[in-house]
Ligand binder design. Structure first.
Ligand code: AMP
Ligand code: GLY
Length: 423
């Protein structure tokens, strides 16, 4: 079959790597893709938000199956557009992707269906939000309602910071229309875990767990980013916690979405905080996490097309989802200055070192070809992933592999997976 992947980041490179291993796949296209994905797929220069062009391309090139990677097109109805054209597509429709597209929606859903999460209030004007803060306790968490590249969350230590935060989100529109509404929620403490799960609208099957590192700098300092590195599995996500979440979070969420007439098909990403009062949901995303996908997918044993097709066909219950009994760590190589401002266009050297190395991957996030060279083209440039028999070995392997790559302004965190030592 011919497969079209929508997206251009490390997540899509990790997806493409799995798709390329499928015996069922003849040809892979990626719109728009990147310099790394181009080794596996024919990259076509179609923007992720141009659904008409994507559908036309799919029709004209006998595409049998489409996989939509990023949040923006999912929330805006990319899956609906392919479905309307009669093309098989993996991902949630817009009416289900809203679980990520509106934090107010997902909080209300959790409240209505008794899914554990932080206490909160939704606001659609700054005046009410400011009045609420006068009586609140601190620290407190402010969240822009809509999509904000993973950056629309502010943790405010006192009233003054929180007032400035409301102004930033709702009045100055720092995150654009994402800040037309906002959520104010209770501050929680605990370890964070990301759990991705395949869903067919009724059945939900979780993948192996992972932990992200969202802050830009070592010791979880600096600004929130899209993610600076991941490890999988999380040693803190015990079988007991997994069992609790299966019943109280994942199955309840699937049933809730169905009851709302919003059957969720695709990957549901649950961001959990393991608090001393039990696991609570931080957020839902409607897609693979990035860089979570870069440590989870390399450990998956199944043919990804078999699993995704079963989701679309509503027969995920037939799939025995299996992961390798090992570990993986991903260290993101970024451009110094990310997530604020950074330069692009520097040549990347050493990529070929990965070619013959079993268990090592270099996923491209922000790269492109220019003058016969692969150059940096984004804040997050590459995800260097390595497997190991256990987390410590995987971490040592991943950091060793980061040395194989060189580009000007290369920046990474040096403490990805440090939490492993406390397990
Ligand atoms: P989110 O995009 O909602 O997952 O938020 C981004 C990050 O902000 C999370 O990964 C947490 O580190 C932090 N965060 C979000 N909500 C809370 C909360 N209620 N309490 C403490 N930290 C939070
Ligand atoms: N790594 C977090 C995310 O993909 O949203």
């Amino acid at each position: 079959m011919n497969v079209l992947i929508i997206g251009s980041g490390g997540r899509e490179h990790a997806i493409a790597t799995c798709v390329a291993k499928s015996k069922r796949v003849d040809k892979i296209y990626c719109a728009p893709g990147n310099a790394g994905i181009a080794d596996l797929a024919e990259c076509v220069n179609i923007p992720v938000m141009d659904f008409d062009m994507q559908v036309d391309f799919a029709k004209n090139n006998d595409v049998d199956f489409v996989i939509v990677g990023p949040d923006d097109p999912l929330v805006a109805g990319c899956v609906d557009a392919f479905e309307a054209a009669g093309i098989k597509v993996f991902g949630p429709r817009a009416n289900a992707a809203i679980i990520e597209g509106s934090k107010a929606f997902s909080k209300d859903l959790m409240k209505k269906y008794d899914i554990p999460t932080a206490a909160y209030e939704n606001f659609d004007n700054a005046e009410d939000a400011l009045a609420y803060l006068e009586k609140a306790s601190f620290p407190i968490v402010l969240k822009a309602d809509g999509l904000a590249l993973g950056k629309g969350v502010l943790i405010c230590k006192d009233l003054e910071e929180a007032k400035a935060g409301v102004k930033e989100i709702m009045l100055d529109k720092h995150f654009g229309d994402a800040g037309n509404r906002m959520v104010i929620e209770e501050f929680m403490t605990g370890r964070e875990v990301s759990v991705l799960a395949f869903c067919d609208g009724t059945t939900i099957k979780t993948m192996t767990s992972a932990q992200d590192h969202k802050r830009a700098k070592d010791g979880d300092q600096g600004l929130n980013t899209g993610g600076m590195g991941t490890f999988s599995p999380s040693p803190f996500y015990t079988e007991e916690i997994a069992k609790f979440c299966q019943k109280e979070v994942y199955e309840k969420t699937m049933a809730a979405m169905k009851a709302e007439g919003r059957d969720f098909v695709g990957v549901l990403f649950t961001g959990l905080m393991l608090t001393d009062k039990g696991p609570k949901v931080l957020e839902f995303n409607a897609r693979f996490g990035d860089p979570e996908a870069q440590v989870v997918l390399p450990r998956m044993k199944n043919d990804i097309i078999d699993v995704m097709e079963a989701c679309v066909d509503g027969r995920l219950d037939e799939i025995d989802l299996q992961f390798e009994d090992n570990a993986a760590v991903c260290v993101v190589l970024a451009s110094d200055g990310y997530p604020v401002s950074y330069e692009k266009g520097f040549e990347i050297k050493g990529l070929e070192t990965f070619e013959d190395k079993e268990g090592y991957y270099v996923f491209h996030a922000g790269t492109k070809f220019a003058d016969q060279k692969t150059v940096t083209n984004g804040g997050r440039v590459l995800g260097v992933t390595a497997k190991g028999a256990d987390l410590k070995e995987a971490r040592a392997n991943a950091y060793e592999a980061t040395k194989w790559i060189d580009f000007d302004n290369k920046y990474m965190r040096n403490d990805i997976g440090k939490a492993i030592d406390e397990a």
